[in-house]
Design a protein around this ligand. Structure first.
Ligand code: NAD
Length: 258
């Protein structure tokens, strides 16, 4: 088992990439702290893990609130005695997030608070716990949009993910000699509820698919497998990376079908 004797906290683990990662980490021997704003969904992930004989506990948390971020880390140490892996995965994509010209300030603020401040707070309160455990691995979820722009704008989301990338780099340098690795996981489009609305429109779906070399979206399990690698000691010299898992989108000028 690749995560035996490790304690992992995953935010946004009630759905999509977070849930699949929680299931996989538990299968690989980790004790998993499932955090989510949605209590029902988070509890369901825990039930799924326990049904497969894994170990998990649910902690409700809004990652954009300092008190919740602090409490979720404390809950991990209380439940399992330490924290080795912190996966700052929770994120939102607001339906009214669009061009810089018409995106409302409230949409910008909410997106920044969850997607960027949430990662900042996770690291702020999580790093002392990792240090107490002798080091560990932090995975911050950015996105392929952190490294390239799109004509179909989602300006708050894109800017928030760019911030996650810069934040990750800086933290990865500061704590490297204290045995903490920090990487930014940058998925391409993934078949999860986050993209469901966008992808339910056949024209918008096709417009996306034409830019993806394999011609399909990723499955959440394919991203979870990479999160597992970054979480495990197998990636012991991977630090500060912009870890793209995008099916080759960022390598493509035009696709074979394009
Ligand atoms: P999802 O919508 O399926 O799951 C996100 C989870 O986060 C939900 O369970 C939700 O309740 C939770 N959440 C939302 N706000 C929260 C908050 N303030 N505090 C705690 N939990 C909160 O999304 P997903 O597709 O699995 O996305 C996971 C991460 O991957 C996000 O950071 C997202 O931006 C990123 N990402 C997704 C895609 C994609 O195409 N789906 C692509 C690149 C990056």
């Amino acid at each position: 088992m690749r995560l035996l004797n490790k304690v992992a906290l995953i935010t946004g683990a009630g759905s999509g990439i977070g849930r699949e990662s929680a299931l996989l980490f538990a299968k690989e021997g980790a004790q998993v702290v499932v955090c989510d704003l949605n209590q029902e969904a988070g509890q369901e992930t825990v039930s799924m893990i326990q049904a497969a004989d894994g170990q998990a506990t649910f902690v409700p948390a809004d990652v954009s609130k300092a008190s919740d971020a602090k409490a979720m880390i404390e809950a991990a140490e209380t439940a399992y005695g330490k924290l080795n892996i912190l996966f700052n995965n929770a994120g939102i994509f607001h339906p009214a997030d669009g061009s810089v010209l018409d995106t409302e300030e409230a949409v910008w603020d909410l997106t920044m608070n969850v997607n960027l401040k949430g990662v900042f707070l996770g690291c702020k309160y999580g790093i002392p716990a990792l240090l107490r455990a002798g080091g560990g691995s932090i995975i911050n979820t950015a996105s392929f949009v952190a490294v390239m722009g799109a004509a179909t704008s989602q300006v708050a989301y894109t800017a928030s993910k760019g911030g996650v990338l810069s934040l990750t780099r800086e933290i990865s340098v500061e704590f490297a000699r204290q045995n903490i690795r920090v990487n930014a996981l940058c998925p391409g489009p993934v078949e999860t509820p986050l993209l469901a609305e966008l992808m339910s429109d056949p024209a918008r779906r096709q417009r996306r698919l034409v830019h993806i070399p394999p011609g399909r979206l990723a499955q959440a399990t394919e991203i979870a497998q990479v999160a597992l690698f970054l979480a495990s000691d197998e990636s012991s010299f991977v630090n500060g990376s912009t870890f793209l898992v995008d099916g080759g989108i960022t390598s493509a000028y035009v696709t074979a079908e394009g």
